[in-house]
Design a protein around this ligand. Structure first.
Ligand code: GDP
Ligand code: MG
Length: 603
């Protein structure tokens, strides 16, 4: 069996779910053509998705085209879930990018395009909603080429001279072949698609099932089946639970095969069941070959992004949650019991952090955004039968340093001794914490050095401005001292913490806050208002572009200032404007004095 994993991506409302439905129906894989608008789409399975008509969780469907088996992965489109989308991208062989023919290339589509380039995923484009009046294929092709390059080729012309000529312009081998024979062989076209030199474009209407058959044929004819090594490897991209609460590890087998009852040596855990999901249903299998996407039960220690077998750990950093909310429980529910339950959810969602605030005896959750809070509310109600509320959201700040310092920590009460010297250096934005040892073993024995590094890594350390977690720093052990008789295990822990603290007290500390990259699409006449708004919200922006009465503005701004801006945009544009946000990471805070004063942390 030839296997492909294909992801389907789009700007919200372009028709991603409808196209998935249309492809499954046209290929005979489902009997009934469900509708997003009626809440019976095959892939929008969760109640909340049905209610809102949006895709929140990534899901899969199996699509068979003769001897080709495609795992179709629907990805969540909302910014709060962008981390889950990025992890899904890592297991794709190909991507389908759905564009609304009525709206053209929108802000978020370009963000998706950049991500696909980053992960080097070949792309097929489906320009949807061509049944709507005013859609113009020529104009759309010109727009696609100008936004995404001349690699965008209209595949409806396949077989014509114009088609071969367009393909030939995308690569030298193809050009030679074209000049010699007047054609380009399909295998050559396939190769260029796989190398991201050619991006096939198809037009149609998912809702009217127009152009869907041609699109499926295009995918069957113009995709290469990846070659996988014989030795077992797999990539975990999602952790979830089934209706019974069983833990599911979603993974793609990237080499060899995975059999039930196999013990994974790195986890010392046994694979219980292997499930191949399609929509809400699944079939079990004894063995999953390379290229299969499956859900495995019996594994408890897996984490999203993890590599198993021959596959190394992921290199993509997990996005940090940027907002914290206080959980408000009904009176008869015990916080300690709820905490245990939330910890279950936490391991499924690395973007969700659950914190117990001992002082206030309350539960705090850190998340990516408001929609995630809404999802969480529904999940808690569904899974645990408790209806909770959340207080107002607060920004999660971080701290870093702007200069290099040395911190020294001693721990020497009677009959104890430990001394640690750390060098603290500022790191690149987004690099997180990095630890190293540059200390001779003549000065400090290897085992003590290792212990100090463990103490640095074992917990989150807080800064001295606001008590927020520190990040983007390199911390190097440069010296230390132990006593032959009086050094005990815990001594180095104290000395390490003290050295870090002492270093931070001397450094120039910088308060960081999360920033969004934003794209704003509004009627041209409102651009002045929009620019003033962004300015007032401490954002930065590029000069606006206008096209056919629509103005496009892009830039970045602090999450703290942008949280409720989407509502404003809808209001002042009377629903015609759209705001797209993606997390840009942590940058210097726009109002550090105010925040530091408000938090009132005593270092
Ligand atoms: P998604 O958010 O990208 O998953 O988009 P959906 O599949 O949920 O579709 C969004 C809306 O567009 C729904 O109301 C669909 O019925 C509608 N829609 C999808 N495809 C088409 C199409 O080809 N033509 C028209 N006119 N509407 C469509
Ligand atoms: Mg959808």
């Amino acid at each position: 069996m030839k296997r492909l994993v294909v992801g389907i991506l789009a700007h919200v409302d372009a028709g991603k779910t409808t196209l998935s439905e249309g492809m499954l129906y046209t290929s005979g894989n489902i009997r009934k053509f469900g509708r997003v608008d009626n809440g019976d789409a095959f892939l929008d399975t969760y109640a909340l998705e049905k209610a809102r008509g949006i895709t929140i969780f990534s899901k899969q469907a199996m699509l068979r085209l003769k001897d080709l088996e495609i795992t179709l992965l629907d990805t969540p489109g909302h910014v709060d879930f962008s981390a889950e989308m990025e992890r899904t991208l890592q297991v794709l062989d190909y991507a389908i990018l759905v564009i609304s023919g009525a709206d053209g290339v929108q802000g978020h589509t370009q963000t998706l395009w950049k991500l696909l380039r980053k992960y080097r995923i070949p792309v097929f484009l489906f320009i949807n909603k061509m049944d709507q009046p005013g859609t113009d294929e020529e104009k759309l092709m010109t727009e696609l080429k100008s936004r995404f390059g001349d690699g965008c080729v209209d595949f409806r012309m396949n077989g014509t001279e114009a088609f071969f000529e367009s393909v030939a312009m995308c690569g030298e081998t193809a050009l030679d072949e074209f000049l010699e024979t007047g054609k380009v062989a399909p295998c050559c076209v396939r190769g260029m698609i796989a190398e991201r030199k050619v991006f096939p474009c198809f037009f149609g209407s998912a809702l009217k099932l127009a152009g869907v058959r041609e699109f499926l044929d295009g995918i069957r004819d113009y995709t290469d089946i990846p070659q996988y090594p014989d030795i077992f490897g797999a990539r975990v991209f999602k952790i979830a639970r089934d209706d019974q609460g069983k833990r599911l590890t979603f993974l793609k087998v990237t080499g060899g095969s995975l059999k039930v009852k196999t013990v994974l040596p790195e986890l010392e855990e046994k694979v219980d069941q292997i499930r191949i999901y399609s929509g809400e249903k699944y079939e079990t299998t004894e063995e999953a070959g390379a290229g299969t996407v499956c859900a495995v039960t019996g594994l408890l220690a897996t984490l999203p992004g993890m590599g198993l077998g021959a596959l190394k750990q992921q290199t993509v950093p997990v996005l940090e949650p940027v907002l914290t909310y206080r959980l408000i429980l009904p009176e008869n529910v015990d916080a300690a019991v709820m905490l245990k339950k939330l910890e279950l959810l936490e391991e499924e969602e690395p973007e969700l952090h659950v914190i117990w605030n001992e002082k206030a005896k309350e539960i705090l959750v850190k998340v990516m955004g408001e929609v995630q809070i809404e999802v969480l509310k529904t999940l808690i109600a569904d899974r645990f039968g408790v209806s909770v509320d959340f207080g107002a959201g607060h920004i999660v700040y971080r701290e870093t340093i702007a200069d290099t310092v040395e911190g020294v920590g001693h721990f020497e009460p009677l009959r104890h001794y430990a001394e640690v010297h750390l060098k603290l250096e500022p790191g690149e934005p987004g690099s997180g914490l990095e630890f190293a040892a540059e200390c001779s073993e003549d000065v400090l024995a290897k085992n003590w050095q290792r212990l100090i590094l463990t103490h640095l890594k074992e917990k989150e350390h807080v800064g001295v401005l606001t008590g927020s977690v520190i990040t983007d720093m390199k911390i190097t052990l440069i010296a230390g001292r132990a006593h032959v008789k009086h050094t005990e295990g815990g001594d180095f822990r104290q000395a390490t913490y003290r050295a870090l603290r002492q270093g931070l007290m001397q450094a120039e500390n910088v308060l960081l806050e999360p920033w969004y990259d934003f794209k704003l699409e509004i009627p041209e006449e409102l651009i002045g208002r929009a620019m003033t708004d962004i300015d007032r919200r401490y954002g930065t922006m590029q000069p606006p572009e206008t096209d056919g009465g629509v103005a496009y503005l892009s830039g970045s701004a602090p999450v703290a200032e942008m949280q409720d801006y989407a509502k404003d945009v809808t209001a002042y544009t009377k629903g015609h404007g759209k705001l797209f946000l993606t997390l840009a990471g942590y940058r210097p805070c726009h109002n550090p004095e105010k925040v530091i004063e408000r938090i009132g942390y005593d270092p």
